[in-house]
Design a protein around this ligand. Structure first.
Ligand SMILES: Nc1ncnc2c1ncn2[C@@H]1O[C@H](COP(=O)(O)OP(=O)(O)O)[C@@H](O)[C@H]1O
Ligand SMILES: [Mg+2]
Length: 253
């Protein structure tokens, strides 16, 4: 398929043990400096596709590659080139934002980072300075215990992904559960990462977010990509109508 795709699926297929075909011969590529958005309702197969790229699942058929490396054949090597953010970030509540970042950076093999490096990434994701050294579970001040909001946690999660400095970033429903302001901020940061030349694959069930953030939208239903639309194509088409027509088989006209 595409020669220089950093993230690439070729006929990627997953049949679960119960016989359900959750992903059915899906092919696409994400190049450096591109955001590819898998758009589909719950159950469409987005998470299955993403989990195949991360080596959490083995494909039944087809190939997932990261930076040209077959994830199934060489999972550890492939993982070096991809950073991942799920919809529920696992972070340590007793650690501060900076300590979480430090912990996961070391876990990922980055040993020489300084406090300033961590602060600079936390600034990049737009976390407020006063939260850098605050425990995620919150701290009691008088009567109140105020912990990190979902938006703040997603920012720390994104900071962890950024600090890995991987050419590929994969995000599963990263804006679900965020309020509109937090989601907007989050997508603006994805645009910065795109400008740095990262290849970004994300999933969402939100048409409006997909249209806002993506260079290419892959419309998914029942394990298939039914249509792939570029940003310029979407300027001339009503994505919502298109989506519904594909998902529900209604006429697009
Ligand atoms: N471990 C599993 N075993 C069997 N079926 C699964 C498993 N995980 C997901 N599925 C099914 O695969 C389909 C696709 O799920 P998923 O990839 O999670 O979709 P999405 O992320 O788009 O909501 C759904 O029908 C789901 O129930
Ligand atoms: Mg999912």
């Amino acid at each position: 398929m595409e020669q220089n795709a950093i993230i690439e699926a070729q006929n990627l297929t997953k049949v679960y043990e119960d016989g359900l075909c959750a992903l059915d011969h899906v092919s696409f590529g994400v190049k450096a400096g591109e955001i590819f958005c898998l758009l589909g309702d719950n159950g469409a197969g987005k998470t299955t596709a993403i989990n195949l790229f991360l080596g959490f699942l083995d494909p039944t058929e087809g190939v997932a590659t990261i930076n040209g490396i077959d994830v199934k054949k060489d999972p550890l090597e492939a993982k070096r080139f991809v950073a991942y953010l799920s919809d529920i970030v696992m972070l340590y509540p007793n650690f501060s934002a900076r300590q979480n970042l430090d912990f996961f950076a070391r876990l990922g093999g980055k040993q020489n980072l300084t406090r300033d490096d961590y602060y600079s990434v936390l600034r990049q994701v737009g976390l407020q300075e006063k939260a850098f050294e605050q425990k995620l579970k919150g701290f009691s001040k008088g009567m109140k215990l105020k912990g990190f909001s979902k938006g703040m946690r997603q920012k720390v999660g994104l900071a962890i992904a950024i600090i890995k400095d991987a050419p590929a970033i994969i995000l599963d429903e990263p804006t679900s559960g965020l309020d509109p302001k937090a989601a907007n901020e989050f997508l603006a940061i994805l645009h910065q990462l795109r400008a740095q030349g990262r290849a970004i694959l994300m999933s969402t069930h939100d048409i409006f977010r997909a249209k806002e953030v993506a260079d290419i939208v892959g419309i998914m239903a029942e394990g298939k990509i039914l249509a792939t639309k570029s940003r310029s194509e979407l300027e001339h088409e009503n994505l919502e109508r298109l989506y519904l027509s594909y998902i529900h088989g209604k006429a697009a006209a």
